[in-house]
Design a binder for this molecule. Structure first.
Ligand SMILES: [Zn+2]
Length: 435
């Protein structure tokens, strides 16, 4: 039987304390003194010293000089060591693959994005193999970049636009890719020989915003990203909420119009068919067909089928009425859905990523108006709707955050077990067998 709670033996206590000290250092965002660390962690001075020695021996933290601000003896400043290792964040999207390499402080050292061969085409099993091969080639390139210093590669965080089984790291179903049952963690773990964490793209992005972006210190928020579909990630009480099977947050497939457009998930009138980029393009193309969007048509070279998001944003910037009204309608449906989410989850923040973040200025005012009109007063008060810190990189930064989170949760798991310590005089000596 798998036990739900690990009992608190001394190894566990030390692992927890190592994680606590590392988390405080991470959250500080820059060098802090040992004295300050002792104060905020509530641990005693000698314990902090011993934990720091351990973290330093792993190379996770480093001394960065002396603080001269306090009276008396200057204290040593401690910081997370950016060169402790490298992390890779990857996104397999619909029509593209994106990869970043960062240091331990999530500074981006290298990034690349390629279009995949499936862009714009209906996918087949053959193209799945092709896309996977392209993704693996790009990750291999990232690994060469990551390991060209003496640094260790901690792992690869991968975001995918679909449902993920967290116990196996298998992509179960990605409606817009038309992939199902791809054991990505197993495939990539074997191929690259480092830990691989697979997560739904919006969940990964939500974690990225929470750890590195606009939602730092925000305990309850909803992340919405529009790629080809509309993904959602829920952070509840500081943690990514997965639900029973890890599939929570698929808010793009809430039914908003029972007889609405067909969705790739098999349902009709899903939220994503009303506010996603496909919906935006569909609406403005209709306006162009009816001869109401001449500027837009000219921007697309007179070809209605060539109209894309870039033309729509340009035409909106030029103030083309039909385009502005289509975006306003998108804002209306966006606001209706957000009002529902506010009533359901009482977040303090709603973060918009992907295409939504680009079209923000044209859709946000109407979305806000709908939220004000529809959400319960008590729940909507103080809710901020804001744009992602990373826009199109939200998911790859989320991939980095997946690995970072795993390291911060239990740094000891990433290193060989420490040698038993000689107990200090006056402290309780632990039985050597448990150390
Ligand atoms: Zn759907």
């Amino acid at each position: 039987m798998k036990r739900r709670y690990r009992t608190g033996d001394q190894i566990w206590v030390r692992e927890r304390n190592l994680a606590i000290v590392l988390n405080y250092l991470w959250e500080a965002g820059g060098p802090i003194s040992r004295a300050h660390l002792t104060e905020i962690s509530g641990l005693n001075k000698s314990t902090v010293g011993s934990l720091l020695t351990q973290l330093q021996s792993w190379g996770l933290v480093r001394e960065t000089g002396l603080s001269g601000q306090r009276p008396g003896r200057p204290g040593v400043l401690i910081d997370v060591n950016p060169d402790a290792g490298r992390l890779i964040g990857t996104e397999i999207g619909v029509g593209f693959i994106s990869v970043v390499v960062t240091d331990m402080k999530a500074n981006v050292l290298w990034r690349r994005e390629i279009e995949t061969t499936d862009a714009g085409k209906r996918l087949t099993d053959a193209s799945q193999a092709e896309v996977l091969e392209q993704a693996e080639g790009l990750v291999q390139e990232a690994i060469s970049q990551a390991t060209n210093c003496d640094c260790r590669l901690f792992g690869i965080g991968l975001g995918v636009p679909g449902l993920v089984d967290h116990t196996t790291g298998t992509l179960l179903f990605a409606p817009n890719l038309r992939w199902s049952n791809v054991p990505l963690r197993e495939l990539w773990g074997r191929r690259f020989g480092v830990p691989v964490v697979v997560e739904n793209e919006a969940n990964a992005a939500a974690l990225g915003e929470r750890m590195l972006g606009v939602a730092r210190q925000v305990d309850n928020f909803v992340y919405l990203s529009a790629g080809v579909g509309l993904g959602g990630g829920l952070v509840i009480e500081g943690k990514l909420y997965g639900g029973m099977g890890g599939f929570a947050g698929e808010v793009g497939h809430m039914t908003l119009e029972p007889e609405g457009p067909q969705c790739n998930c098999g349902n009709r009138g899903c939220w994503e068919t009303l506010v996603g980029p496909t919906a935006i393009v569909r609406r403005v193309r209709q306006a162009a067909v009816e001869g109401r969007a001449q500027n837009l048509l000219a921007l697309a070279g007179g070809d209605i089928d060539a109209i894309g998001m870039e033309h729509i944003l340009q035409a909106a910037a030029q103030g083309e009425p039909a385009v502005l009204s289509a975006l306003d309608e998108i804002g209306r449906y966006l606001g209706i859905g957000i009002a529902n989410l506010i009533n359901a989850f009482n977040p303090s923040l709603v973060v918009l990523g992907g295409v939504l973040s680009l079209a923000g200025p044209y859709i946000l005012p109407r979305a806000q108006q709908e939220v004000d009109a529809r959400a319960l007063v008590a729940a909507r008060q103080g809710v901020e709707i804001t744009l992602s810190a990373f826009k199109f990189d939200a998911c790859v930064m989320g991939g980095v955050a997946l690995i970072l989170r795993a390291i911060l949760d239990n740094p000891a798991a990433w290193y060989p077990k420490p040698a038993p310590e000689v107990p200090l005089e006056g402290r309780v000596a632990f039985a050597a067998s448990v150390l």
